[in-house]
Design a protein around this ligand. Structure first.
Ligand SMILES: [Zn+2]
Length: 406
């Protein structure tokens, strides 16, 4: 029997493992993450799985099929959080997948494929500033260069892994080969308002939007705010302000594109000094790669134009780029049949947020099921879902697993 009550209780129980008193923050390889991992390992074993912590710090459980060693249907999501997070982003997908395996194992049911459930150790990228570490390792696309990246305390990722008893040399052992994973299916909260607006508990994801991230540095000349006349200034912050507004205007010119300047720093940062140097970031997302590339090109061109006009030196760096990850039509159809069989209207929608499936797409076809969240809010303590919707998600995921065609 699937228990939505238990799913909700477990989401609440994991939220207790937090470095933030009175809120939830749990980052990659932290003591709180280790404690949460132990809890999840226990639940997996209780559900009849063999479970272990893998070499990149993912919690990995396996439920054998009708004979040992069969290729698997992989389910999962992430166990790390952003700062001051909600209880469901990531965790709901892991806990619901365990609940489904538990229901199979209680009925002593074996399927013609194995099921693996993975609680990825890092999806959000909060600690080291680079995302999808757990799922990249599983997909065999882990970039070893990132092992040298440091957290805010100056600890390298390699040392953090060693401290957790995970020698980085072992990371390659986590990689699955093509053919070992029949499909990857992830249940996740929607993180947007569409399902709520349409009165639907669940939705079938069509694709995970691609993203581009830039870091822009504009250099002008710092100077005295009282003595340098306006026509002789090279004010980097005034130039950046034009670029921020241009980013918004260019992104707004297409309904499916979003563009955000989320960080800006001006130096030297004093009330009486003309800003000589400004760094800001740009995040662009779109459901088609050519559309995203054209948007980024337009933003770059505008930043360069502003720099020329204002005689600023301009440096634009691409921090990260990820193309669209399409969900496999055959898996979407299977998920839609599960949605319909469970009595819900089928609604397709794209994902504006990134997910572990972006990495898993390198070795497997993927699909996703979204569960409605209150107000479309995520990455916040206000993140909330109803027990009825947790039940709906679990029923649909279980139905999908039961009927999964390899
Ligand atoms: Zn997430």
């Amino acid at each position: 029997m699937l228990s939505a009550e238990r799913i909700m209780q477990r989401c609440a129980a994991l939220a207790q493992h937090s470095e933030l008193a009175g809120g939830l923050t749990r980052v990659f390889l932290s003591p709180e993450a280790r404690a949460a991992n132990e809890k999840v390992l226990g639940w997996m074993r209780e559900a009849g799985m063999q479970a272990k912590l893998d070499a990149i710090g993912n919690v990995a459980g396996r439920y054998e099929g009708s004979r040992p060693g069969l290729a698997c249907l992989m389910l999962g999501s992430h166990l790390d959080t952003v700062r001051d997070a909600g209880k469901y982003d990531g965790m709901l997908g892991v806990i619901t997948a365990i609940e489904c395996v538990s229901a199979l194992s209680a009925g002593n049911r074996k399927l013609p494929f194995a099921i693996e459930v993975i609680g990825f150790g890092d999806e959000e990228g909060v600690r080291f500033g680079t995302t999808l570490l757990g799922s990249r390792a599983v997909a065999g696309i882990f970039d070893r260069e990132v092992l040298n990246m440091k957290d805010a305390g100056g600890v390298t990722m390699a040392d953090a892994l060693r401290d957790a008893g995970l020698p980085p040399e072992g990371i390659s052992t986590v990689a699955r080969k093509k053919g070992e994973v029949l499909a990857y299916a992830e249940l996740h909260i929607e993180q947007g308002p569409v399902l709520e607006a349409e009165g639907l508990a669940v939705g079938v994801v069509t694709a995970i939007n691609g993203f581009s991230r830039l870091r822009v540095t504009l250099r002008g000349t710092a100077g005295h705010a009282g003595t340098v006349p306006m026509n002789l200034r090279r004010d980097a912050l005034a130039g950046a302000a034009e670029c921020v507004l241009a980013t918004e205007r260019i992104a707004r010119s297409h309904p499916e594109v979003v563009g955000t300047v989320g960080r800006i720093e001006a130096k030297p940062g004093a009330i009486n000094v003309i800003p000589g140097e400004v760094m800001f970031t740009v995040d662009v997302r779109a459901p088609q790669d050519p559309l995203r590339n054209a948007t980024v090109d337009a933003i770059r061109a505008h930043i360069q134009k502003v720099s020329r006009e204002r005689k600023l030196d301009c440096h634009i760096e691409t921090l990260q780029e990820f193309g669209v990850t399409a969900c496999a039509p055959r898996l979407m159809e299977q998920m839609e049949r599960a949605v319909a069989r469970q009595g819900f209207r089928v609604r397709r929608l794209p994902s504006g947020a990134g997910h572990d499936g972006m990495a898993l797409g390198a070795i497997s076809e993927i699909c996703m099921l979204f569960v409605r969240c209150k107000g479309g809010i995520s990455h916040s303590p206000l993140e909330s879902i109803s027990e009825a919707d947790a039940a709906a998600g679990a029923k649909v995921l279980f139905d999908f697993i039961e009927h999964f065609q390899t």
